[in-house]
Ligand binder design. Structure first.
Ligand SMILES: *[C@@H]1O[C@H](CO)[C@@H](O)[C@H](O)[C@H]1NC(C)=O
Ligand SMILES: *[C@@H]1O[C@H](CO)[C@@H](O)[C@H](O)[C@H]1NC(C)=O
Ligand SMILES: *[C@@H]1O[C@H](CO)[C@@H](O)[C@H](O)[C@H]1NC(C)=O
Ligand SMILES: *[C@@H]1O[C@H](CO)[C@@H](O)[C@H](O)[C@H]1NC(C)=O
Length: 478
């Protein structure tokens, strides 16, 4: 690559270059290079880069969406949201405090510029920020509301009723309120100049953890998975595996720390901090410069493994516990179809439900989305390089799953009058069973009939009174 005289020049310049080039990546570029791998801590804009320039952009037109307005009119919109950008949890903030302490304590011993910049970094996260919605998260939801009002102008309209449902967590209630505010702005915009009272400021927000935090209330999930020390064994094995070991080693080296002072959890918290500073503050954090793109892929896999085994296909109870929410969605769809058939007004044309990544991920798994042929495991990182299951693509902040029910004229049979489309994060999804982006409502309902019929919360979630070995546990995914 270099000719001999180039080598000499390089040798002379080397000390200077080392001073100037701090670690694997510097400044602006670092966060941007890593941001595709932030998993559940991804910005929504990662999926829609056009929103970085214009947060109200609807992006390029999508073939097949919406259905042609001349023949099909939206009848109902059911939406399940993840809250917007949030602060780290108390636990994450405390871990970061420990890591930052280590780096600061070591500052004198380490000349690497990454380490000295981290030692100078100010710890601005306080434990009481504990998972709350960040100002940025309010904006996420406001803008999302305004975009949805543009996408569905006949449904998100002034004369409509909106049903707001939320998990009891502050970040979800605050997300619902921010969405409502965005909706108010959008609807005021629709009818500028009138002095009519704001249509949406008075809509109440119903708290319903049974729907939005089913995972907390499902005893079988809590006992078998959440509180079970061995249920995450693939995740634990990956933390000690060769890929993760290499990342930990590199980071220890960069920070001039003994490798035993670091572990996968601390390295992950450094990576999270890079993602949080980008999402919350829109800056490229010095924590980002610790990581190469390859490191980021490994850390993304670590995050996905947890989602997979705790919230998705890893164990059947993960997704089954969400069937209550699925039932609720189909109950509202059914009701709209019934009302439409008898020419009544639709009582719930817009249902807006605010929950968590942990609400959406199991529901998507129950519906059969993003299922890879092979399970995600500690030992198949390389084979899973092109997996479907990438949580940053599925449940970034402000993730949203939309069920759009249409009434279509010119149908040849009554069955063909009601059609449905599903969008994830404002992008049309293909139904897993047909590969199409539109389905007849009755066909979709039939497809999910078993999950809907066999969904009794107590049957799904109660622990058997007297367990005989094995039968309560059906190992998932083969
Ligand atoms: C760090 O730099 C100082 C001054 O340049 C030097 O004296 C010291 O030996 C260096 N320490 C290490 C661990 O490289
Ligand atoms: C915990 O998880 C392991 C691994 O999936 C399973 O074999 C075991 O039965 C579970 N234990 C309990 C108490 O549910
Ligand atoms: C975020 O930062 C980028 C680059 O520094 C800037 O162009 C953009 O306007 C910022 N966005 C917001 C919403 O502050
Ligand atoms: C079933 O319940 C009885 C009475 O509570 C108890 O003695 C027994 O050990 C239980 N069996 C199992 C397998 O848990």
């Amino acid at each position: 690559m270099l000719r001999p005289d180039g080598c000499l020049l390089l040798l002379l310049l080397l000390p200077l270059l080392l001073l100037l080039a701090p670690g694997p990546a510097e400044g602006e570029a670092a966060a941007e290079r890593l941001s595709p791998y932030f998993g559940t801590k991804s910005r929504y804009e990662e999926l829609h880069p056009e929103l970085l320039r214009d947060p109200l952009s609807l992006g390029p037109p999508q073939p097949g969406f919406p259905l042609p307005p001349a023949s099909c009119a939206p009848l109902q919109l059911g939406a399940v949201f993840r809250h917007g950008t949030r602060f780290p949890t108390r636990k994450q903030i405390q871990k970061l405090g420990r890591l930052h302490g280590l780096v600061q304590g070591n500052a004198g011993k380490c000349n690497a510029s990454a380490a000295s910049r981290l030692a100078r970094w100010t710890m601005w996260l306080r434990p009481d920020m504990d998972g709350k919605l960040a100002p940025r998260g309010r904006r996420d939801m406001e803008m999302l509301a305004r975009r949805l009002a543009r996408r569905f102008p006949s449904l998100l309209a002034r004369n409509r009723r909106f049903a707001f449902v939320s998990s009891s967590k502050h970040r979800c209630l605050d997300s619902a309120a921010a969405f409502r505010e965005g909706l108010r702005q959008a609807l005021d915009g629709q009818q500028q100049g009138t002095s009519q009272k704001h249509a949406t400021t008075t809509e109440g927000i119903e708290t319903n953890d049974k729907l939005m935090r089913f995972f907390d209330l499902c005893e079988r999930f809590v006992k078998d998975i959440e509180d079970n020390d061995t249920a995450m064994h693939e995740l634990d094995a990956f933390k000690e595996g060769p890929e993760m070991k290499e990342v930990v080693g590199e980071i220890a080296n960069t920070l001039c720390l003994p490798v035993n002072d670091l572990n996968a959890d601390l390295v992950q918290v450094a990576f999270f901090t890079c993602s949080f500073e980008l999402a919350i503050k829109n800056i490229s954090s010095p924590w980002c410069s610790l990581f190469s793109e390859e490191d980021a892929k490994v850390l993304e896999y670590l995050n996905d493994l947890k989602q997979y085994w705790k919230r998705a296909y890893g164990y059947p109870i993960n997704s089954r516990s969400s069937c209550i929410l699925m039932q609720d969605i189909f109950k509202h769809l059914d009701q709209a179809v019934t009302e439409s058939k008898s020419s009544k007004p639709i009582s719930s044309p817009v249902i807006l439900q605010f929950g968590h990544a942990e609400t959406l991920q199991p529901l998507l798994a129950l519906m059969g989305y993003f299922k890879d042929e092979e399970p995600l495991k500690a030992n198949n990182y390389h084979r899973q390089m092109h997996r479907k299951f990438r949580s940053g693509r599925i449940v970034p902040y402000a993730a949203n799953l939309l069920f759009v029910l249409y009434h279509c004229d010119q149908a040849t049979t009554p069955k063909e009058e009601y059609k449905i489309q599903v969008l994830l994060n404002e992008k049309l999804l293909q139904f897993p069973h047909t590969g199409e982006t539109v389905a007849l409502y009755t066909d979709l309902k039939n497809h999910y009939n078993e999950a809907l019929q066999n969904c009794h919360f107590s049957k799904v979630c109660d622990m058997p009174k007297n367990t005989t070995q094995g039968d309560l546990y059906v190992k998932g995914t083969k």
